[in-house]
Design a protein. Structure first.
Length: 350
């Protein structure tokens, strides 16, 4: 290839990138028409932001008679914002999780309610129960220690405060199968050390980081949610298939999110013993961290649809009971929103 051809290719490549960059910019920009629409919609707020993992959990809400859709729908930045109300509370429905940032940046939001289904790591709760944790953490930020080092060795970047050994570790050698316990085993994968996230609160000093591992849900929301403990939940999928226990709403200590679908009994048991987590899933910690950063009240309601690997050996129960769990999560969310005071603090746009 001669240099002329090469130059032409580079030129076309640059042009292509420029074209795409401009398109991307145009599709994400708030046009003045959209801004007017948003101002009008915000005037009908403040809203509760309902953050939902999938259509699987959205659809039972859309179909529930307690939800009244409004005519407003905004498609923006590749995401859809649906508007409606539950009782006299205006709500905005979005999919999780980082869209929560857009939700809070653009709309008049008084609080965030995140709901859906989850795996259950807590042996004292059952499939079909709805768990409302007090704290959430993201459990897949790790420092992965090199082979040969142990708990007394500092981690890379530990000394300048990036990483810590305070939260604890998982050692792969502790999970050898078919060996008697009590001995220590080596494994080249050594240990992973759990790490808190970095957050930059909206009311903090810009770019001055704080660390957050267990993010508390809003205190008032949690108190209100305790009134749902006697709510009657569905126990049957159809006339013949029912849960073996009566499902209930449970206030629990902790939930955990990770970029992992957990279907593994050993890891389930480990994180329960180490962190006392009940629901395990993939979104709540992101929602919690965004709300923490923005100082917006939030709560998470998760119906337990499977045992995260702790159930019978032949299948993951999510296949059978997930629809029931999704319906129950919607039921609890609706009752929770009905309990919120209708007069909420006035929103002051930035
Ligand atoms: C342990 O060893 C036995 C006998 O070799 C085998 O049948 C069983 O599947 C093994 N269990 C695990 C967890 O590897
Ligand atoms: C009820 O649901 C179970 C599990 O999906 C299914 O196996 C069974 O055939 C269903 N029974 C009826 C009566 O629809």
């Amino acid at each position: 290839m001669g240099w002329r051809v090469l130059c032409l290719c580079m030129f076309l490549g640059a042009l292509f990138m420029l074209f795409n960059a401009q398109n991307a910019f145009v599709s994400c920009a708030l046009t003045s028409q959209l801004q007017e629409e948003i101002t009008r919609i915000n005037g009908e707020g403040p809203y509760i932001g309902l953050v939902i993992p999938n259509s699987f959990e959205l659809n039972p809400l859309l179909q529930n008679p307690a939800y009244t859709p409004s005519e407003n729908i905004i498609d923006f930045a590749g995401r859809r914002f649906r508007f409606g109300s539950i009782g006299d509370k205006p709500v905005i429905l979005i999919y999780a999780a980082i869209t929560t940032q857009l939700l809070l940046s653009i709309f008049n939001i008084e609080g965030v309610v995140h709901y859906g289904i989850a795996g259950n790591a807590n042996p004292s709760l059952n499939i079909g129960d709805v768990a409302i944790p007090q704290f959430w953490a993201h459990l897949t930020l790790w420092s992965w220690q090199r082979y040969g080092e142990g708990p007394s060795n500092t981690l890379p970047l530990e000394q300048n405060g990036d990483y810590t050994r305070n939260v604890g570790y998982l050692k792969f050698g502790d999970f050898m199968s078919n060996v008697s316990w009590g001995d220590s085993f080596d494994n080249l994968l050594n240990r992973i050390w759990y790490q808190p996230e970095e957050v930059f609160p909206v009311d903090g000093i810009p770019e001055q980081r704080q660390h957050a591992l267990w993010v508390p849900v809003d205190y008032n929301y949690y108190q209100i949610a305790t009134r749902l403990k006697k709510l009657k939940l569905d126990a049957c999928i159809n006339s013949t298939t029912c849960l073996s226990t009566t499902p209930k709403v449970e206030m629990v200590e902790r939930g955990a999110s990770a970029s992992i679908y957990i279907d593994n009994a050993a890891y389930r048991s480990f994180i329960y013993k180490k962190f006392h987590v009940t629901p395990v899933e993939m979104e709540s910690a992101s929602v919690a961290l965004i709300c923490l950063q923005q100082r917006v009240p939030f709560i998470v309601i998760r119906a337990l649809s499977d045992l995260a690997g702790g159930g019978s050996s032949d299948s993951n129960e999510a296949d059978i009971f997930a629809p029931l769990a999704a319906t129950n999560s919607v039921k609890v969310v609706i009752e929770f929103i009905k309990l919120l005071p209708s007069k909420s603090p006035k929103w002051s746009p930035m």
